[in-house]
Design a protein around this ligand. Structure first.
Ligand code: PLP
Length: 405
């Protein structure tokens, strides 16, 4: 792990624009001309490297961004998509066909959960949801038709960390693919170094970092990416979640500062997590020794980028959580909004927003309580000041009892 640094990999890439510009030129075209009809045919067949045909298949800027993300995730190549869900669904539908079976962590993003639980079964693709670090349960869930183990490296919203090395060993033993959504821990965790086969991101979050677009990517072998883009049976080619070139240009520019942003998100989240815990709040943050996966995360991560910008606070009830979030927004400490990775702190009550697709009793079983607030901590310059103001809101709303302080 010592010799690989994802940020250096990105930095070492050099792109120039058409007129010597310091940023690559955007190709503002959905279709491309050919000097000869034969080259057009060859391109269609995938036998004319360097030629472009039609932008749903590929476009210069999407290839630049894909290349940079492949470098970051240490894979041969990658493919950017119009959203994180566009990446997740393309990968799953490429690998799994009618009659196949998936094993998935039960603590995943609500949209992914809904896709596995509700959307795929009518196509005869079933999923077993497991506690991702219960290896006995995983081995027991494996069937002859199992194709995939799916998880998030740090899960949404509970911040459970998956032991990717152990999961990879199980996958190798049973000839399964390990697919990891690394949205919560870019740069800090490099899943392929721990044995993942395919790495997915919602670019909407930290990687773009501006909350101005949705986007996604899947990173893997050239062979797999080619399969997904095959004109006859490629899931991404045929389902069509194509990213627009203007968006990939702006995401590529934002990717340049990801390493600096991640350090600041992590620094600020750690500062708040330590103090809130000390104040007696029910808090979950992988950087705290009290977090059940703290040592595991430490053993997997590149410490330079910290434990990430996400933390959760249990406010007790939905009413208390709502009161606190509304007050924090009034005080301009952040926005009551879903999503993550923005410069400003974002907070939402997971049970009634991004995890609402998961039925109530299953949420309860997983530990997503009604009052659970997920914070995506922003890039605040003076986190000490933020802490003081947040604490005042917590005391005023009764989320923090004054006698505990
Ligand atoms: N993966 C994770 C961990 C997420 O949190 C999300 C969205 O919240 C997604 C995937 C889906 O990404 P998108 O909203 O870009 O489709």
């Amino acid at each position: 792990m010592d010799h690989f640094n994802a940020a250096n990999e990105i930095q070492d890439l050099q792109y120039f624009g058409e007129f010597g510009g310091v940023n690559p030129s955007i190709s503002d075209s959905s279709t491309y001309t050919f000097l000869s009809a034969k080259t057009m045919f060859d391109t269609f067949e995938g036998n004319a490297d360097g030629c472009y045909l039609y932008s749903r298949h590929s476009s210069p800027m999407n290839l630049y961004l894909s290349q940079a993300l492949a470098k970051m995730e240490n894979t041969e190549t990658a493919n950017v998509t119009a959203s994180g869900m566009g990446a997740i669904t393309s990968v799953l539908m490429q690998i799994c066909k009618s009659g196949d079976h998936i094993i998935s962590s039960r603590t995943i993003y609500g949209g992914t959960y809904a896709f596995l639980k509700n959307f795929l079964p009518p196509y005869q693709i079933e999923t077993s949801f497991v506690d991702i670090n219960n290896f006995d349960a995983i081995e027991k869930a494996i069937q002859p038709n199992t194709k995939i183990i799916y998880c998030e490296s740090v899960s949404n919203p509970l911040l459970e960390v998956a032991d990717l090395k152990k999961l990879s060993a199980i996958c190798k033993k049973h000839n399964l693919k390990l697919i990891v959504d690394n949205t919560f821990s870019p740069l800090s965790i490099s899943p392929t170094l721990l044995g993942a086969d395919i790495v997915i991101h919602s670019l909407t979050k930290f990687i773009n970092g501006s909350s101005d677009t949705v986007g996604g990517v899947y990173c893997g072998t050239q062979e797999f990416i080619n399969d997904t883009k095959n004109v006859n049976n490629g899931a991404c080619m045929l389902l069509g979640p194509t990213m627009d070139s203007f968006r990939s240009a702006s995401i590529l520019k934002n990717l340049r500062t990801l390493h600096i942003r991640m350090k600041q998100h992590s620094h600020n989240a750690m500062y708040l997590a330590e103090r809130f815990e000390n104040d007696g709040l029910k808090i979950s943050y992988p950087g705290l020794p009290s977090h059940k996966n703290h040592d595991l995360m430490k053993s997997m991560m590149n410490e330079e980028y910290g434990f990430g910008g996400l933390l959760t606070v249990d406010a007790g009830t939905t009413e208390k959580a709502n009161e606190l979030m509304e007050m924090m927004q009034q005080e301009n400490l952040g926005y009551l909004a879903v999503s993550l990775g923005f410069y400003k702190t974002l907070f939402s009550c997971s049970g009634s927003s991004t995890s609402s697709e998961i039925p109530e009793e299953e949420r309860e079983e997983m530990g997503i309580s009604d009052g659970l607030i997920r914070f995506s901590i922003g890039l605040d310059h003076d986190i000490k000041r933020t802490y003081k103001k947040m604490k005042e809101c917590m005391i005023k709303t009764g989320v923090l009892q004054t006698e505990k302080v």
